[in-house]
Design a protein around this ligand. Structure first.
Ligand code: HEC
Length: 381
């Protein structure tokens, strides 16, 4: 069949329409808009000005990918459920202020220099480098090839929270990187049983640029009352700060990359995907009630739908050695080997034999893991 010019134009318009709707759907589901502040930026977590900004829900789920050797915490981590953090972002054109609110029934504070007691804590993570053509770092603290900047603040008994900035390149690789320009604060509201925290920084700093149209970020929350610390925490997936300020250049190519999963055909049937996953992947992975694989053989996927983006899941399945989870190499069953060129090779076979539809089905099922029905507003498209 030879298409006439009219049909060719109609097809082209259709394709553009699909991309535009994917971008819009992505921004609706994943972006936190950076709002232009009318006056001075509020810096205190309990500043009333924050209530005038509409919040965006960001879900976090207990980290179960790697089971840490921490008998005190693991049973609670296993019982933990995904939770919601409200995020607000304001800018005055020079600075960026992030505001986080999350529920916590107990106010837990630790002495500033004690590691055996656990204070409630929160962190914001951003890739050091990002943009079109650049894969996002592993969301749990980055990886060797893509580092992250971490700003963390922890409640202490001395009143002033303990705040620090770090650069990380994988689990357990936190290196202190003092950045004097990062201002952090947290405050507990006993009446509402919530913590509120603020992170205020220049949009553009020599060490890190957050003054762009699309800035990926992720959040981690520690509940000191549940003895969470270090790698035992709740974690979000990569989300994105979205600025439409006049001085900020839009990044359509990056947007199109990030929006994978939101286009027509990217997501298939979760029911069909479940059948594929339960026939193949359960041999190595544990998730939810399907705990057939030996523990520690591969990452636990119980909450993977909360923590992973569509693009990360796609790459995990089709090119596992490109996105190797920087797991601890001390586990009895290493998740990867390293060749003499320092290249990592995943122990997971790449599933390149899937058809486009089968891949879409598996992705739809993985995206449903750990996602509570109350999150469906965010995840249904
Ligand atoms: C032979 C064992 C094995 C099989 C079978 C297997 N995987 Fe994996 N998988 C692994 C290992 C080991 C890792 C960690 C190393 C890495 O990142 O590749 C992993 C990592 C992953 C990750 C990243 C997890 C995270 O926490 O970031 C996803 C997603 C994943 N696998 C999905 C699947 C799916 C879906 C299937 C079935 C289609 C599957 N795997 C089959 C061993 C396996």
């Amino acid at each position: 069949v030879r298409h006439g010019p009219a049909l060719a134009i109609a097809l082209a318009v259709g394709a553009v329409g699909g991309a535009a709707s994917a971008n819009e759907a992505f921004l609706r589901a994943e972006a936190v808009p950076v709002i232009r502040a009318r006056g001075a930026l509020p810096k205190a977590p309990d500043d009333a000005a924050w209530s005038a900004v509409a919040p965006t829900e960001v879900w976090v789920a207990p980290q179960r990918t790697v089971r840490l050797n921490d008998r005190d915490v693991n049973p609670r981590a296993d019982a933990g459920q995904p939770a919601r953090v409200e995020v607000r972002a304001l800018s005055d054109g020079t600075k960026l202020a992030l505001h986080l609110t999350w529920a916590d029934r107990t106010e837990d504070r630790a002495p500033p220099d004690e590691s055996a007691r656990f204070g409630d804590a929160v962190a914001v993570e951003m890739p050091l480098e990002y943009g079109a053509g650049r894969r996002l770092p592993y969301v749990g603290m980055g990886d060797e090839r893509a580092h992250v900047l971490v700003a963390m603040v922890r409640a202490t008994t001395s009143g002033a929270p303990r705040a620090g900035t770090y650069v990380a390149a994988g689990f357990g690789s936190l290196t202190r990187a003092p950045l004097s320009w990062m201002e952090m604060a947290m405050a507990y509201d006993a009446r509402a049983a919530v913590w509120r925290a603020t992170f205020v920084r220049p949009l553009r700093a020599p060490e890190h640029d957050a003054g762009r149209a699309l800035v990926p970020f992720a959040i981690a929350v520690w509940d000191g009352g549940a003895r969470e610390r270090g790698g035992n925490k709740s974690l979000s997936r990569w989300r994105v700060l979205h600025s439409t300020d006049a001085g900020v250049k839009p990044e359509p190519a990056y947007l199109a990359e990030l929006a994978y999963g939101y286009g027509p055909g990217d997501a298939g049937s979760a029911d069909r995907g479940r059948a594929l996953v339960e026939s193949t992947c359960v041999a190595c992975h544990r998730f939810g009630a399907k705990q057939i694989a030996p523990p520690g053989m591969a990452p636990d996927l119980t909450h993977i739908g909360v923590i992973a983006t569509w693009a990360y899941l796609r790459d995990s399945i089709t090119q596992p050695s490109e996105v190797v989870v920087p797991g601890l190499r001390t586990t009895p069953m290493p998740w990867f080997s390293v060749d003499d060129k320092h290249q990592k090779h995943s122990k997971m076979p790449s599933f390149t034999n899937y058809t486009k539809e089968q891949l879409a089905d598996v992705l739809a099922y993985l995206k449903s893991l750990g996602v509570a029905p109350t999150q469906s507003k965010e995840s249904s498209r």
